[in-house]
Unconditional design. Structure first.
Length: 167
């Protein structure tokens, strides 16, 4: 009978036993005097039996399906405040872009000494006058540079003459 128990144990651990074979194995382990090798198997089956006896601490209500209760309408102030503020923000964005585009249509102007000039010809004349003043100032600055360059050329010529004479 001991070899039958070993065969049944091998089949049990490989997962190929039927329910009847498992019952036979359980009865054989608990009825006969088990050897030292079969004590581990007996302990395993004892643990399985103890686990069967343990019940869950949860009640049947815990796993019962949810019941649909009709919801009562409640006025949620926070919700409506969020909705109203969102609508107000959207309106501000739309109105802001409308007025911004309206003001941008007439953009041809020049600011001169804090005065806004909308006349295009007058603005062009003023800009040309300013450019001519700037070019005059640049020419004056370049005149002094030209004088410096002329002086440098004279000095270089004198240095060449002195070097040719003495060396």
């Amino acid at each position: 009978m001991n070899t039958d128990i070993k065969k049944l144990m091998d089949k049990y651990y490989s997962g190929t036993t039927s329910l009847e074979e498992e019952k036979q194995l359980r009865n054989a382990l608990f009825s006969e005097e088990t050897k030292h090798n079969d004590i581990c198997s007996k302990l395993i089956f004892n643990a399985f039996e103890e686990e069967k006896a343990v019940t869950a601490p949860f009640s049947a209500k815990t796993f019962s399906p949810l019941q649909d209760k009709p919801r009562k309408f409640r006025f949620y102030r926070k919700k409506w405040v969020y909705i109203a503020s969102g609508i107000a923000a959207c309106l501000l964005v739309v109105l802001g872009t409308f007025f911004y585009q309206y003001e941008q249509k007439n953009t041809a102007y020049v600011m001169i000494n804090g005065v806004r000039i909308n006349d295009e010809k007058l603005a062009i004349e003023y800009v040309n006058k300013q450019f001519s003043e700037i070019s005059c100032n640049i020419d004056k600055g370049l005149e002094s540079l030209r004088k410096v360059e002329e002086n440098e050329k004279e000095i270089e010529e004198k240095i060449k003459l002195i070097t040719e004479i003495y060396y």
